[in-house]
Design a protein around this ligand. Sequence first.
Ligand code: UGA
Length: 434
Amino acid sequence: MNITIVGTGYVGLVTGTTLAELGNTVYCVDIDAKKVARMKQGSVPIYEPGLEEMFLRNIQAQRLFFTTDIKEALDKSEVIYLALPTPPGEDGSADLSYVISVANQIGEMMTDYKVIVNKSTVPVGTADKVRETIAAKTKIPFDVVSNPEFLREGFAVEDSMNPARVIVGSESEKAQEVMAKIYQPFTNTGIPIIFMDEKSSELTKYAANSFLAVKITFMNEIANYCEKVGADVDKVRLGMGSDDRIGHRFLFPGIGYGGSCFPKDVKALIKSGKQEGFDFQILEATEEVNQNQKIILVSEIEKYFKGNIEGKKIALWGLAFKANTDDIREASSLDNIKILLEKGAEITAYDSIAEDNVRQVLGDQISYAKDMYSALEGADCLLIATEWSEFKNPNFELMAQKMKNKAIFDGRNMFALEQVEDKGFFYKSIGRKT
Ligand code: UGA
């Protein structure tokens, strides 16, 4: 089948590459001419394990094409995926201007039946808006489908090739048939495809992300309480997770959730609720608890240095919002850096993957180390903000030699307590005894 993808951001590029891998011929459109030129030459604009290989394989196989010409790409396919940005506006609600503008263009340019599939995370009712926008421009029949994406950064290829489920929101039988055909390689291997109406499908995406944000935040509160009463969150987590109604995943406490999805989607759902006169009380609490959780170790660092961290040299391991990505959007590292700098500390950070992105935001307000051990040179303490694997089993002797003072504040619970205490470090993690 021929498929067109409008927007080659994270979701568009991964979706396009996956659909090409499944044997379709895929035309990706983007307004960024430089990016399109680079992709045509085989350069992948994002860091994602396994993506480059799949991307190059499909370009070579003549199944994956790039263009800036939306008309050309529209004419090639019956199915048009929209993978456009829906950034949060000033008030937290999703900005639909990109989606609506492309819907206008589709309405003006289409010459035969199209299935318009929305992959972006959009508020409930967006499919209706897209339908009205296109219908105002053309009499040619078309269908609009909501088909939310559930992939995780860092596991995008794995998740998109092997999704837990495919959600298709459409009441049109014709569109359902087209979508069932596209996803047949998945359904053949037992991956469920769940059909529903557009609104339920749009809400499923927000509900899933918000639920996971609540799950993490709940665990963070349990972790904070563990510290108060002398319990160990690792034990509580194992005990709770063994109940398969709860499950072991997404129960890892730390310095809060970040990234481009959870914070944005929780805010947007609260905001859409308000527009309907509905208060998502649990989500409002989640946002507030998470904001405090992101910087929970700053007060511990201050306490350790008797209230004054001015001039203290702090080594920071990890800048990305989580491991296996260069994404720093809403990363806890940035919240910590901001406050620590305001309080007069000096920061030397190490994150070989996310460093370039942080340099663009913070420039030389902090220093950057070329490896994890040189970040520790003369440091008064170490703060760990991202759970990169390379931090999991460090050479503690070397760390002790480099650091001026042996103190670790670990926002990702990387080490077993005995492992660090035996080496004579002060070690503060989340929800475990100091
Ligand atoms: C999330 C969802 O997991 C995807 O299903 C969804 O498709 C995606 O958002 C999206 O809407 O596009 P992602 O933002 O890539 O994916 O990251 P996650 O792996 O879900 O992690 C989100 C945050 O939660 C990170 O800051 C991570 O450190 C934190 N987290 C995660 C915890 O603090 N504890 C955990 O146990 C799990």
